[in-house]
Design a protein around this ligand. Structure first.
Ligand code: ZN
Length: 85
């Protein structure tokens, strides 16, 4: 089950209040309290605190592996597999 949706920071929309700090990493993890498809298009708070718009068609477990994803979100959502037996 997905516990995170993918959020996209939209500099075109948010740059007036937050110049530049959302530009370098566009993809963020959003804690999904509902299925990501239901959150599609919603504006939510990402795990790292950025304000993003949910992109329900994407899966964080894929997007989060990309370099363009937010490093902070990647760290916060990293599965705790290292301790799994
Ligand atoms: Zn983030």
């Amino acid at each position: 089950m997905d516990s995170y949706a993918v959020g996209y920071a939209r500099p075109d929309r948010w740059s007036r209040s937050r110049p530049e700090d959302t530009v370098s990493s566009s993809w963020h993890a959003v804690e999904a309290h509902r299925p990501p498809a239901e959150l599609d298009g919603e504006v939510e708070l990402a795990a790292c605190g950025a304000i993003v718009q949910v992109w329900g068609a994407h899966r964080w477990d894929r997007v989060g592996a990309r370099e363009t994803a937010c490093a902070e979100c990647k760290q916060l959502t990293r599965p705790q597999l290292s301790h799994a037996s």
